[in-house]
Design a protein around this ligand. Sequence first.
Ligand SMILES: NC(=O)c1ccc[n+]([C@@H]2O[C@H](COP(=O)([O-])OP(=O)(O)OC[C@H]3O[C@@H](n4cnc5c(N)ncnc54)[C@H](OP(=O)(O)O)[C@@H]3O)[C@@H](O)[C@H]2O)c1
Length: 288
Amino acid sequence: MRVLLTGAGGQVGAAVARRLHELAAARRRDPIELVAADHAMLEVTLRDRVLSLVAEVEPDVIFHVAAWTAVDACEDDPDRAFGVNALGTRHVAEAARLVGAHLVYVSTDYVFDGRLERPYSEWDEPNPLSVYGRSKWAGELEVEPAWTTLRTAWVVGAGGTNMARTVLRLATGSEGPLRFVDDQRGSPTVATDLAGKMVELGLARRPGLFHVTNAGETTWFGFAAEVLRLAGLDASRVEPITTAELEPPRKASRPANSVLDNAALRLSGDSLLPPWQESLERLVRELV
Ligand SMILES: NC(=O)c1ccc[n+]([C@@H]2O[C@H](COP(=O)([O-])OP(=O)(O)OC[C@H]3O[C@@H](n4cnc5c(N)ncnc54)[C@H](OP(=O)(O)O)[C@@H]3O)[C@@H](O)[C@H]2O)c1
């Protein structure tokens, strides 16, 4: 089985590559051959480049993880956001069709406006508040129903820029209170858990839309306090603030509630990801 991965240099891409390498090492029959394309190897806004790489690799499955993920910067440059996240996905989808590959696309909780007072299921209507959210939703619309779309949220891993690493950096590099918003709720998701489920669903060519997050929910305030507690640091330094009190204010609006009900997995009887605190404990051990 030949597999092509886009965005291999990013936080999630690196975790997907690792998972595929692990599987490849463990499998005797139907070996996996991975082409892990980072940004330098594949620029998804260049249609010709995408078509020629996919024609050359002839993958059976494409994990399309590349995206412009700078949520606030997207507000200032919608053309770049849509160019990468929507049109880039169109190019990958076109190429997948030409070689008959199964496509796996990763989307975001930021497709929702956060007004619901319960977790969002796959059958709730998106209404993104930000350019990033709109561009990722536009990417979803390029994906055929027979392919796999995952929506995930609040991803943290050993590499890249993420909230677990930011909290530890702030806590060890300064003294005094650390302020985190307590009016945005979500489901933190550890990149290795996400990658495991993404690879499982993708290689099985499972059609349709799946919400995939670690179980449970919290606010950024609750998350930061838990990171410090797990690292053996003083969690009482974390103070709750509202989004309106953030200094400087963020350019992009975020949903107040973007907890994702993993309903498609749950109702299909598929295994769910563990509670976020369990997986975060493993990650924090690795980070400290
Ligand atoms: N992180 C989260 O909390 C979260 C939540 C929900 C969904 N997601 C989705 O999960 C996926 C992976 O996110 P992540 O956290 O791994 O983000 P990330 O670390 O920023 O990784 C994205 C990768 O895409 C690459 N990329 C950017 N523009 C590109 C282009 N024009 N052509 C090819 N590659 C390009 C980036 O390379 P450069 O850095 O070199 O530009 C980077 O390596 C994305 O689709 C994102 O929308 C993430």
